[in-house]
Design a protein around this ligand. Structure first.
Ligand code: M6R
Length: 359
């Protein structure tokens, strides 16, 4: 029931702080130690490579998670679109471990990959919102998202829950493997900070609605740009805008723009920079200026410690691996208000189904 909300999507965006807190209580004990099946950690520790499989938003959550498995658990990790992996399987390592990301647990393309994984007796984990879903039943292990039902076609709280569960797993695996980085990663504290930060962003909706009316209500095209995890979030932010507001949006690695795509920038094209990483902040800022010089209307979503006077949305500071949990929220709201302003059915965009059960 969506209660007083006009659309489920807005309700689900607002539920994200509560989902973060729920995940803390489900997966971290009083001392902040992860509560994760030991045998699963042993199986992943035994593997030489993690393959993450997903589609759409779940694929994007995988792009964020992979960096955490490499940082905190020192395990090489690659992320694959399930519909590609199913038919063009790359050369695999000797001891693969598969992680399936799927809100519904029913996505046909991902199921196709799992059938083959099982034929080869490779161990697997499904991270899903739906207990007893097909992907959950057929994988070796399951971790639940505890996000509550997600009704809107555009995935929001499942994306942030997937990233938080990946963080739990990265920490658990890293501690199992005695990584110092994992030990120092105070996830309980970080997720509490994230929850408060999400709350602050969802409390300032008016500002995002106003940005939409100035910059996004008319243009047919828009760009999100960033580097590293900010690029990963750019892909998700662009997908949100495309699927519910029908603005042709692209998420782009900001350094790649000048290799061709910058030709698309015209007067008034919105270019939104996501800036949360110390090493690349300056570079993304200069890439934004390059587009501004060609007429783009530039907007920024920036972590507080990197913020400058003219920035558009300022995010509370969190661990650099977890910034996607915050930077995606304004992007979800920008997509929501763009769709709303056009009078579209936010929850049920044209041509789309919540769960894609055909290949
Ligand atoms: O249920 P799944 O997570 O497997 O679904 C995958 C995609 O179909 C899904 O994330 C889709 O991209 C959403 N509509 C995005 O908002």
């Amino acid at each position: 029931d969506k209660g007083a909300y006009p659309f489920y999507m807005l309700k689900e965006i607002d539920e994200q702080p509560a989902v973060m807190r729920r995940l803390v209580s489900e997966y971290l004990d009083a001392d902040g130690q992860p509560m994760v099946e030991e045998q699963m950690l042993a199986d992943i520790a035994d593997a030489d490579h993690i393959y993450i499989i997903g589609a759409g938003t779940s694929y994007h959550a995988g792009l964020v998670g992979a960096r955490m498995f490499e940082k905190f658990a020192k395990t090489p990790t690659t992320v694959h679109v399930s519909s590609e992996f199913a038919y063009e399987q790359p050369l695999l390592s000797a001891k693969p471990f598969f992680i399936f990301l799927s809100q519904s647990g029913e996505t046909a393309d991902s199921r196709e990959v799992l059938v083959n994984v099982n034929k080869n007796h490779w161990p697997s984990l499904t991270i899903t919102n739906v207990d007893k879903s097909t992907l959950s039943r057929e994988a070796t292990y399951t971790m639940l998202l505890f996000a509550g039902p997600e009704i809107a076609v555009a995935s929001t709280k499942a994306y942030t829950a997937q990233i938080a569960v990946e963080a739990v797993l990265a920490k658990a695996l890293g501690e199992y493997l005695k990584s110092e980085d994992a030990k120092d990663f105070d996830l309980k504290h970080e997720l509490a900070t994230v929850a408060n930060g999400m709350q602050a962003i969802t409390d300032s909706k008016d500002k995002l609605e106003e940005i939409v009316s100035h910059y996004l209500s008319k243009p047919r095209n828009a760009f999100y740009i960033g580097r590293g995890v900010d690029w990963a979030v750019s892909l998700e932010a662009a997908l949100k805008l495309k699927e519910i507001s029908y603005v042709q949006a692209e998420g782009f690695a900001s350094g790649e723009l000048k290799h061709g795509t910058i030709a698309l920038i015209e007067k008034g094209t919105p270019v939104i920079g996501i800036i949360t990483q110390d090493r690349t902040a300056g570079l993304t800022r200069s890439n934004l200026e390059e587009t501004q010089a060609r007429g783009a209307s530039i907007l920024t979503i920036v972590s507080r410690h990197l913020a400058k006077e003219d920035d558009t949305v300022i995010l509370p500071d969190v661990n650099p691996y977890l910034t996607p949990l915050l930077s995606v929220v304004p992007a979800q709201l920008l997509a929501y208000y763009t769709s709303l302003g056009k009078g579209l059915d936010v929850d049920k965009p044209r041509n789309l189904a919540k769960s894609v059960t055909v290949q």
